[in-house]
Design a protein around this ligand. Structure first.
Ligand code: FMN
Length: 359
């Protein structure tokens, strides 16, 4: 018998989780999100597992120093059974809520090694990995998957493996690997997963606001929602989800609140010794998402991208966010304001980093 899932922050409401995001969901970002309204569960970005791997120290920090008050699942990506088992043993010495397997990463350099989303082509191998991990994890063992590699031909077989190996929680990003991040999301496949598996399912993919999250949750019958990029844009989204699920009025951030969030993010993600320009450039990657809710023309994004110092960046923030500080920050991204217009140029698209992923 495996353990039961950690209780949600508010009993009786659907679950919420921050989606794992490489180079984003680190200790600092989880802390920032928790400040504005923590999800029920966090997931680390993936620990790479191979013959030479050791759990990455910076990812371990998001477990060991987690002060959010909410549990963190440790995510693995890999396919080597011996080294997956070894890594689980190492990670179980830390305060993890459970072990999560990545069956979705669409980066070609990842899937070409038959890990992440690449494994969805090979259900037999997935079965071996699930059996190995289930045997290695006495507590919660969870899976995050896309609905297929280039099509959904193996979807039902994969769901049956989830049942056969007694997975405790399944997160489904309703796209194939080949659909990357910008196609429509096939929520009907998430509903199919809910109907077929015995464990709770988290619905994931383009849940742009609490209203969309509540609608998709109800339509699919999922136990909860997992949100990634739209939590970068709107860190209040998990608070709003709880308000929405409970039928309460939503907290509506103003542009001045967003200015506060940006400053908080800037300070929280500062790494000692990193030059100012490097940090400004790092912040811009988050602001690509934030800018989708500032103005319909993308003027904030346009100006923000052209800054090259902290003073310049915050002057742009002041001009766009404090001229009308009480103006509402959009709950949905403005249509046509793309987080990263040049991301799909060849070479940039490695598929699992803020540089390459748009919304
Ligand atoms: C920058 C970035 C990094 C990601 N890294 C991971 C990862 O480490 N593990 C994983 O399972 N999914 C990863 N994903 C996928 C997200 O967890 C999520 O499934 C996807 O973004 C769709 O959800 P969203 O529309 O709410 O962002 C990443 C996504 C982004 C945007």
């Amino acid at each position: 018998m495996s353990a039961s899932l950690p209780a949600p922050a508010v009993t009786g409401l659907p679950l919420s989780a921050l989606a794992p995001m490489q180079d984003v969901t680190d200790l600092a970002f989880m802390g920032v999100i928790a400040h504005y309204g923590a999800p029920d569960y966090f997931f680390t970005e993936f620990f790479r597992v191979h013959a030479q791997s050791r759990p990455e120290k910076h990812i371990l920090r998001s477990i060991d120093e987690n002060a959010t008050g909410r549990p963190v699942f440790a995510q693995l990506i890999g396919e080597d059974l011996i080294h997956l088992t070894r890594t689980v043993t190492e990670l179980l010495k830390h305060n993890v809520a459970g072990i999560d397997l990545n069956l979705g990463c669409p980066a070609p350099k990842v899937y070409k090694k038959n890990v992440g989303g690449g494994l969805l082509r090979d259900p037999a191998r997935v079965g071996e990995i699930l059996a190995t991990l289930r045997a290695a994890v006495p507590g919660l063992f969870t899976v995050k998957m896309r609905i297929g590699f280039e099509d959904t031909r193996h979807f039902d077989v994969l769901l049956d493996l989830v049942n056969a190996h007694r997975v405790d929680l399944l997160s489904v990003h309703g796209r194939t690997v080949k659909e990357m991040y910008r196609s429509e999301v096939h929520y009907d496949f998430i509903a199919r997963a809910v109907a077929r598996v015995r464990c709770p399912v988290l619905a994931n993919g383009n849940l742009t606001s609490s209203a969309v999250a509540a609608r998709v949750r109800a339509e699919t019958g999922a136990a909860g929602v997992m949100i990634g990029r739209h939590a970068i844009r709107n860190p209040w989204i998990f608070r709003q989800c709880r308000e929405q699920f409970a039928g309460h009025p939503l907290f509506r951030p103003t542009l001045a609140d967003v200015r506060g969030y940006i400053e908080h993010l800037y300070r929280a993600t500062l790494t000692p010794g990193i030059p100012e320009l490097a940090h400004v450039n790092k912040l811009k990657k988050y602001l690509n998402f934030v800018g989708q809710g500032v103005d319909a023309q993308g003027a904030f994004l346009h100006d923000m991208r052209r800054t090259d110092s902290a003073a310049g960046l915050f002057a742009v923030c002041d001009r766009h966010l404090l001229t009308e500080p009480a103006k509402a920050f959009a709950l949905e991204p403005y249509p046509g304001v793309i987080a990263r217009p040049n991301c799909e140029t060849p070479g940039a698209a490695d598929g699992c980093s803020l540089e390459s992923v748009t919304a």
